[in-house]
Design a binder for this molecule. Structure first.
Ligand SMILES: [Ca+2]
Length: 99
């Protein structure tokens, strides 16, 4: 049985769809700006680069790419981004002039 409804061609219910959207939005951690950029509504190369920039480093405070909150950006966080790569989070989408 699949644990992530996002892997199904059509989620079974509205609850599955809501869970799927929450998981995708969790993977949207950065946008195209340099430095501290905000989520932009799409899981893409910027989110992947955010994980790679903090990968395997000790962090005093939680890094934005530490998706599982274990205070380390590691392979679990990287795989989470890859799992949701190229998906969209509509509620974090920005307008033409940003948020
Ligand atoms: Ca993003």
């Amino acid at each position: 049985m699949l644990s992530c409804p996002c892997l199904l061609p059509e989620p079974d219910s509205r609850a599955d769809l809501a869970l799927c959207m929450r998981q995708i939005c969790k993977a949207d951690i950065a946008g195209p700006e340099e430095g501290e950029s905000k989520p932009d509504g799409k899981v893409d190369v910027h989110d992947l680069l955010k994980v790679l920039s903090g990968y395997s480093k000790q962090h005093e405070t939680r890094h934005a790419a530490d998706i599982d909150n274990n205070m380390l950006v590691d392979v679990t966080d990287l795989l989470y981004i890859l799992k949701h790569y190229d998906k969209e989070c509509p509620q974090q989408k920005r307008g033409f002039f940003g948020r």
